[in-house]
Design a protein around this ligand. Structure first.
Ligand SMILES: *[C@@H]1O[C@H](CO)[C@@H](O)[C@H](O)[C@H]1NC(C)=O
Ligand SMILES: *[C@@H]1O[C@H](CO)[C@@H](O)[C@H](O)[C@H]1NC(C)=O
Ligand SMILES: *[C@@H]1O[C@H](CO)[C@@H](O)[C@H](O)[C@H]1NC(C)=O
Ligand SMILES: *[C@@H]1O[C@H](CO)[C@@H](O)[C@H](O)[C@H]1NC(C)=O
Ligand SMILES: [Zn+2]
Length: 311
């Protein structure tokens, strides 16, 4: 064993970087949603957000929209709150699907949106909330984004596309990461001078033109928060667009116990690396409108929810 000890650790570390477990829209996805949302806040929501944000955020919600991803390892309990898994079906039911891998109820993105909405409703009340409402705002803003990423409401067997290896142009990638990051990045490179603000402007423009008639429907919610609607749309978009044409032979064989045996996962991940082609532009070009739509809906709905919470 002496021979291997010094090689094993670097090998494991490099495996972890080769097969990262992505979670959440990438930084740009969350930033776009929070920028759109903050521009649509009512006066009282705007003030509450400004009060709740830490000073160093300089009243820019988007600068902390990926905070929840950064604390995922410090707050281990929060990891299941970033997504929802269905039992490999193209529909979603809260009672059936909103639980963590130990079966604990409410521990999913929809449950977390309800949780942090309820906490934030105590903002400004004389009785102090038991919870840190700054964290509540950052979690809510982040999970509203996640629930709009189609593969964050995905199949349990492939962990929302995390176990589906594909190629994105010249790069090896997992399908989940393609939807978190690559589609947005490729769009920025091709159409928006690598400038996320130009993409935000284009989405904002369509919110006031192309989609203007739909915006009221997106905002509609008979309670304070309506994550079940967004999750149902999400799994449908996952089936109709994200998984479509990709699943052929690309799902890793066998169910991989991710927390139990990471090393096993990573070795399977490398060995089974599949040469599935996403080189064709048609995947990118046909899916990009869905990504744009989900980013727009995420931003509009985060604003609508904060406006309902803060009155
Ligand atoms: C609700 O929020 C509290 C405080 O952050 C957290 O401890 C708890 O795990 C959350 N539960 C869910 C389902 O989000
Ligand atoms: C609330 O949470 C933020 C972010 O984790 C932290 O910086 C701040 O100190 C917390 N506030 C209190 C009163 O604990
Ligand atoms: C905006 O709408 C136009 C017309 O449908 C479409 O061509 C364009 O790709 C859209 N852009 C975004 C960012 O949604
Ligand atoms: C991937 O694309 C290349 C070039 O178009 C083709 O030769 C190859 O057979 C494709 N591989 C698969 C698995 O479809
Ligand atoms: Zn996330």
């Amino acid at each position: 064993m002496e021979c291997c000890r010094y090689q094993l650790i670097p090998a494991l570390i490099s495996l972890i970087f080769l097969c990262p477990l992505a979670h959440g829209w990438g930084v740009d996805g969350h930033l776009i949603i929070c920028k759109i949302a903050q521009s649509r806040l009512s006066k009282s929501a705007e003030e509450a957000v400004e009060q709740l944000l830490p000073g160093y955020a300089d009243n820019d919600l988007s600068s902390l929209c990926s905070w929840a991803d950064r604390v995922r390892f410090r707050y281990r309990w929060s990891a299941p709150l970033h997504f929802i898994n269905t039992p490999d079906v193209c529909n979603y039911q809260y009672d059936r699907d909103c639980k963590d891998e130990n079966g604990e109820k409410d521990r999913c993105a929809a449950g977390a949106i309800h949780n942090y909405t309820t906490q934030l409703l105590n903002y400004g009340k004389s009785s102090q909330s038991d919870y840190n409402l700054t964290e509540g705002l950052l979690f809510l803003s982040h999970f509203m984004g996640d629930i709009h990423q189609p593969l964050h409401v995905g199949f349990a067997s492939d962990r929302g596309g995390n176990d589906i290896n594909v190629r994105w142009y010249t790069r090896k990638q997992v399908l989940h990461h393609v939807w978190d990051n690559n589609i947005i990045e490729t769009a920025e490179q091709r159409f928006y001078n690598e400038d996320v603000q130009e993409l935000i402007d284009a989405i904002q423009h369509n919110i006031t033109t192309e989609w203007a008639d739909q915006v009221k429907t997106w905002e509609a919610c008979s309670e304070t928060a309506c994550p079940d609607i967004y999750a149902s749309e999400g799994i449908k978009a996952a089936c109709d667009y994200a998984y479509k044409g990709v699943e052929e032979g690309s799902v890793l064989k066998g169910k991989v116990a991710h927390t139990v045996n990471k090393v096993y996962f990573y070795s399977v991940c490398l060995r089974e690396f599949l040469k599935l082609n996403l080189t064709a532009d048609d995947y990118f070009l046909s899916r990009l409108p869905i990504v744009n739509l989900r980013l727009a809906q995420g931003g509009v709905r985060l604003a609508a929810t904060l406006n309902r919470i803060f009155g």
